[in-house]
Design a protein around this ligand. Structure first.
Ligand code: NAI
Length: 327
């Protein structure tokens, strides 16, 4: 029997993993996030199963190695929260490289449609029997230019969706993808030409704050910025300044620089101390969702299936699938 310490558990995770796990796994579900304070809960386990806002730094990895944990099974695609150098040669890290690129790509388009046609405002208005159209004017997506930064699995699906709307699709990626239906451009041209910019690249040391003051300066006035990738790709202060000046016309954020202590939790009874997120949420042309882009039935099934298969392969078949290693 393989014992798994499952951190940051939500009811939908438990439901999905319990229905698919089979006989070989004994899963201990913890609601806590994995970090220096909670790592001791993994003692006596073979695997930790972690998610996007768990903090798997050197301290946590040292402790996991001391406890004899052999595998960190990430149930997500991104791995920016793991100190891979500290893990190298000591503990194996695996992830779910793809589950449903459609889930994230469709959420990105949902954010664009909502912001452009002001559906979030219309919904509130009509519930109050206010049927005025004042301030709800959008623009046709047909013929507009969308700039996609990162043309991997999600970026390509998103490009196809945009093509379906009759948009001009341009993209930037250091590695060209034959499946990308748009035209590759330099990043500076993405900033210069796009009416909408959507981020679909991973967070790395190099692209932290890719959307910063200088990048925003280069953009078209009124640009819509969509981030469903990772919060730290955007310099939030620069984004807020851009929104205040009108240079940025709207922003759809499914991820946020400082999301770890906020997202996935009900904070409705608390005072939020983070002034930046409060400012963003107060703006009528900003839509914040709490890292929800992945959340479809298909994606949850894909995540559970691949994570379980990663664990079983490692322990029972001696194979390491979907490993992430330090570059
Ligand atoms: P992928 O690995 O298929 O594609 C990422 C692409 O980004 C690659 O083609 C890579 O060459 C490119 N890239 C790397 N650095 C870049 C840079 N500086 N500028 C432009 N392109 C760059 O990954 P996939 O599956 O498409 O996922 C993309 C990102 O979406 C993930 O890294 C993750 O951060 C995010 N994500 C968010 C979810 C959510 O629920 N909001 C769920 C799943 C993924």
């Amino acid at each position: 029997m393989i014992t798994v310490a499952f951190f940051d558990t939500k009811p939908y995770d438990k439901q999905s993993f319990e229905s698919l796990k089979g006989e070989d796994l004994n899963i201990r579900y913890f609601e806590n996030k994995l970090n220096a304070d909670t790592v001791s809960m993994a003692a006596c386990c073979d695997v930790v199963c972690a998610f996007v806002n768990d903090t798997i730094d050197k301290f946590v990895i040292d402790k996991l190695c001391d406890y004899g944990v052999k595998l960190i099974a990430l149930r997500c695609a991104g791995y920016n929260n793991v100190d891979l150098k500290a893990a190298r040669g000591r503990i194996t890290v695996v992830r779910v490289p793809a589950y449903s690129p459609h889930a994230v790509a469709e959420h990105s388009m949902g954010m664009i449609l909502t912001l452009n046609r002001k559906l979030h405002r219309a919904y509130i208005r009509t519930r109050d029997h206010n049927f005025s159209l004042e301030g709800l004017c959008g623009y046709d997506l047909f013929g507009k230019t969308v700039g996609i930064i990162g043309t991997g699995k999600i970026g390509c699906v998103f490009a196809d969706i945009c093509k379906g709307f009759g948009m001009k699709v341009i993209g930037y990626d250091p590695i060209k993808n034959k499946d990308f239906c748009g035209k590759y451009k330099d990043i500076k041209d993405i900033f210069k030409e796009s009416d909408i910019i959507s981020l679909h690249c991973p967070l790395t040391k190099e692209d932290k704050h890719l959307i910063n003051e200088k990048a925003i300066e280069k953009c078209k006035k009124g640009v819509c910025i969509i981030n469903t990738s990772r919060g730290k790709l955007v310099d939030t202060s620069a984004l807020i300044e851009g929104l205040k000046s009108g240079k940025v016309g709207s922003a759809g954020l499914d991820v946020y620089d400082e999301e770890t202590s906020l997202f996935f939790e009900d904070k409705s009874d608390e005072i939020i101390e983070d002034d930046k997120i409060s400012t963003l949420i107060s703006m009528p042309n900003v839509l914040v969702t709490s890292h929800q882009a992945f959340l479809t039935k298909e994606a949850l099934t894909g995540i559970s299936n691949t994570t379980i298969s990663n664990i079983i392969s490692f322990f029972n078949k001696g194979k390491t699938e979907n490993e992430v290693v330090a570059q």
